[in-house]
Write a protein that binds this ligand. Structure first.
Ligand SMILES: Cc1cc2nc3c(=O)[nH]c(=O)nc-3n(C[C@H](O)[C@H](O)[C@H](O)COP(=O)(O)OP(=O)(O)OC[C@H]3O[C@@H](n4cnc5c(N)ncnc54)[C@H](O)[C@@H]3O)c2cc1C
Length: 373
């Protein structure tokens, strides 16, 4: 067992947690915990060009470029079959922030964790949030892990960066509000195609998505609502291949590489919002605060941007060092307003995208999205 004292405890060492830790280390002592000793392979690779501004501000961009081979490939554009059989190409060549990057997610998260530790962040992994209580302006946190090692951490402020689970906030009794039931089933395989552009294709009961990632691998995913699909359809590779028959291009790519496909199963991909994104001496960032539909390709950027917004408010208010109830109330109000503004913009744009596909407007998948406000 170890006892640790820190200004800020960040629970969750994913993208949001690492960016928050790196941005706060010059002004606070920071401890970062994650339940996983090593990040796992996961879906979600397309990094929006604007994220480079944040990486640059934190002096991470040069080092990212220096390790390009392991971390990312440049993505020239995206092609979509959305609204008609006609292909539309969105190229990133004229984007002032540069090209989008297709990341090796696991390698990128390892890179961020390593950068945080090099800058002086205290890391503890594996360590899962077990219990928390606030006494005399100080959080007392206990963590557990499969190695049975327990840590007792005293922190002045806690950041929930645990992703969609929002483990810390939920332990405070705060609920998540889902606005849809989107799930994604995904596979990876070697890339054998010359065309390396990411592709999205709408179908009757959802949409397909395919992208090339580093090491010449390809990720393919199908998105639909959990209540619109028989659970057995997402059971194994054979059922996934069967489902892909409705999309000629995807079916052909999968068929060609059938022997080398890794089936990863189903993950939640719905839009959800935490009922309350901040409270006394805590705040949630990234997916823990609001989670986006993968159609937006904005999840990782939001994880970084919300971490930076919180850091600005923490530094400006200095509440982690000097708790003050009036300043704390203002802090909570401002952070809540900022996250609400992002959420409103996101929902507005999501509705526009889904309303651009009207071919199957009688099918529940599209109908419920067309009816949304
Ligand atoms: C199908 C799909 C496709 C996507 N595609 C894209 C894309 O192309 N581009 C994009 O920008 N975004 C995409 N996303 C979204 C993106 O992956 C997320 O927005 C991003 O991972 C959010 O980062 P985060 O750090 O907030 O949370 P997470 O990445 O979920 O990190 C949370 C961390 O907390 C840790 N943790 C959880 N619980 C605990 C606990 N109790 N104690 C300690 N640690 C804990 C976890 O191990 C993890 O490391 C996609 C999402 C899905 C589902």
């Amino acid at each position: 067992m170890s006892n640790i004292k820190t200004d800020i405890l960040i629970v969750g060492g994913g993208i949001a947690g690492c960016i928050a830790a790196i941005s706060l280390i010059d002004t606070h002592t920071v401890t970062l915990i994650d339940k996983l000793a090593v990040p796992k392979e996961r879906i979600g690779e397309s990094l929006a060009p604007a994220a480079q501004r944040i990486l640059k501000e934190l002096q991470l961009l040069e080092s990212l470029h220096a390790h390009q081979e392991q971390l990312y490939i440049q993505n020239l554009g995206m092609q979509s079959y959305w609204g008609s059989e006609q292909v539309h190409i969105i190229d990133h060549l004229r984007n002032p922030d540069g090209l989008s990057k297709s990341l090796d997610r696991k390698a990128f998260e390892i890179f961020l964790r390593k950068s945080a530790v090099e800058r002086g962040v205290q890391d503890i992994w594996p360590a899962k949030l077990q219990s928390s209580s606030l006494e005399n302006n100080m959080w007392n946190i206990v963590t557990s892990s499969e190695t049975l090692e327990e840590h007792h951490i005293q922190a002045k402020f806690v950041i929930d960066a645990t992703g969609r689970q929002s483990h810390f906030a939920r332990s405070q009794g705060i609920k998540r509000i889902p606005i849809d039931k989107l799930i994604a089933c995904w596979v990876t395989l070697p890339n054998t195609e010359e065309n390396k552009m990411s592709t999205i294709t709408a179908t009757k009961n959802g949409w397909w998505y395919s992208a090339v990632i580093p090491n010449n691998k390809r990720v393919i995913a199908f998105q639909t609502d959990s209540d619109l699909i028989d659970r057995s359809t997402f059971k194994d590779l054979n059922s996934f291949l069967e489902l892909s028959r409705s999309n000629r291009q995807i079916a052909a790519i999968l068929e060609k590489n059938k022997a080398e496909i890794t089936f990863h199963g189903v993950v939640a991909a719905n839009s959800t919002q935490l009922e309350k994104v901040t409270g006394l001496q805590w705040a949630a960032i990234g997916d823990a605060a609001i989670s986006f539909d993968p159609l937006s390709s904005q999840g990782m950027f939001n994880a970084m941007a919300s971490a930076m917004q919180l850091k600005e408010l923490l530094v400006m208010s200095n509440i982690a060092n000097h708790p003050d109830s009036i300043i704390e109330t203002q802090f909570q109000k401002m952070y809540t307003q900022q996250i609400e503004a992002i959420w409103e913009q996101y929902v507005y744009h999501k509705n526009i995208f889904y309303k651009a596909e009207m071919r199957w407007s009688d099918h529940p998948f599209w109908k419920r999205r067309h009816l949304s406000l």
